[in-house]
Structure formats: C-alpha cells, structure tokens
Design a protein around this ligand. Sequence first.
Ligand code: ADP
Length: 313
Amino acid sequence: MIEVEHLTKYYGQTPAIRDVSFTVERGEVLGFLGPNGAGKTTTMRILTCFIPATSGTVRVGGFDVFTQSLEVRKRIGYLPERVPIYKDMTVDCYLDFVARLKGVPSRSRKTKIDEVKTNCGLHDVSGRIIGKLSRGYTQRVGLAQALLNDPEVLILDEPTVGLDPKQIVEIRNLIRSLAGKRTIILSTHILPEVSMICDSVAIINEGRIVAKDSISNLHTGRQMRITLGVNGPPEKVVAAISSVEGVGKVAELQRTATGVRLDVSFKPGADPRPGISALVVGSGWELIELRPEGLSLEDIFIRATAEEGEVEQ
Ligand code: ADP
C-alpha cells in the first residue's frame, strides 16, 4: 500500500533523512519508532505531500506522492503532531469546515460527520468550543478530521504526546479500533506504544532506517538468550557451557542447592541449544531448565540504534 524508496531530504546542507526505504502492506499498522530528531516527522510530511523530498520516491496505493499528489491526498488522513485546529469553532462547525475542504459531497456530509463523531466518541461534545476541550478530546477531534475523507491510509504523528495516562489509553484503543481495513503509520518515541498498537515496526535513527520487522519476529526471531538451569558443579558447568560452539556470554544468575542457573546469550545467528543439552546430559549432570528469553523491544531498539551513537530518550 505504501512504498518508500531511497528517500532523502536535506534542509539546506543538513540531511534530515537519508536513503530511507520501507513498505507497508494494506491493513498493516506500522510503528515508526525513533528518538527525537531521528527524521520521523520529515518522513511523514513527505508521505502526506506536505513537503517535497530531495530525492527518492514514495507511492501510496500505487500513486506517486510527487506527480500524483491529488490522488494520494484523497487516500490519506493525516494527524500532524500539532493539529491545525480552529480553537474558537465548535466541534461540529470545525468538522463541517474540514469536510467541505476535503470535498465531501454535501448530500453525504452530515452522515460522514456523524460517523466520525461516533468512531471518535465525540457526540457529547458536538456543540463545545474546541479551545475549551481537554487535550484528549482535542486529539480525538484531530483524529476525526483525519477520518473525514474515509482514508485508506492514516498517518499519525506522535498521537499520544501531551496526553495524561487515561487519555493515552483511550486514544490507543481508538487507534486500534480504526485499524483493520485501514493502513496506519504511527510515529512515536514511546516503545510500549508500538508493542500495544502496532503489527510491525520500523526503527529510524539519525535519518536512517536501522530495523524493520513484524513485532512478533522482532521478539522471537532474534531470540539470542536462554535461561539455563543445570544440576551439577557450578564452576565446571559454567566453563563447559562457555565452550559450546555458538555460545556467547554466560552469566551466573543464581546458585541453587544442587547446581546453578545461568543466563546464556548466543552468538549472532547461532542456536547452540542442541549442543548445550547434549553436553549437560553427556557430563552426567541434569538439565532442569532451558527457557528462551526473547529480546524486549527496548533491547532491540538499543541494539539497533547503538551503532549510530547515543540514544536520546
Ligand atoms: P523527529 O520527528 O523524529 O523528531 P524530524 O523529522 O522533526 O525528527 O527532524 C529530523 C532532523 O531534521 C532534525 O535534526 C531536525 O532538527 C531537522 N529539521 C526538521 N525540520 C527542519 C526544518 N524545517 N529546517 C531545518 N531542519 C529541520
């Protein structure tokens, strides 16, 4: 649904994003994760036809954002980090205004506005002045305006920034409920948000994509550690396990009455579990625990961004 190829953007002499490529399938919810200043907003502004790229291409639903921007705009709903909302309008007036701007035909305008108000839980505040609403409700109005043209693609830039914990939960649930038939890109610097809302994640750091995978693959596909429990003499067990091919670091977690529990990490791409179990049994010890430990998204993020320098939080 979205194909980004070799996208580069310079602001003057400064590169904001460099050679960014990724794809988003129809119906996928992609978390666009990166520290502040990584290039998330820049990428989203290009995707939504707000600014041109220096080089590279983006296609949305097969249409090019540079040469067919009208077609792309029809298909996209955009919630920028700061929504351009007219604070002295009522919710109804504002939604009607945006619906006209987006060319929603007059015969279906009222139905469409009603529908987005239902989706975003706005009926109770229809007549209220937007400037008097809480930040959580203002964000819902922002989402509602993005949905007015019934877009196939939703681009949400840091949708929960500035909300209190209760509002954050509400907005996350709302976004989840909008997924399904829509393709969503959601930028955030909040790691748990990605695990909670998204199917996949692209990690961007200093303007470059450093990882892109499904959440489940990221958690299990890079499983490189186990917790290992062995009944046997601790020092000998540690030395023997450390010498198994494919084993990286071995750290002692706990001494038990009869043996030891270890944290064993694997060398990249290796799976030394068969070697470990053969060694333990062959030495006459007992294997009592061998539990894979998936990497947390935080581990993955830190590993992915570490090579590029300090991680801002
Ligand atoms: P993020 O959304 O991940 O915080 P941005 O896309 O806003 O990152 O910014 C990426 C880089 O581009 C940053 O170094 C930022 O300072 C720079 N930048 C963003 N907008 C502009 C602009 N209008 N002019 C100059 N530099 C900019």
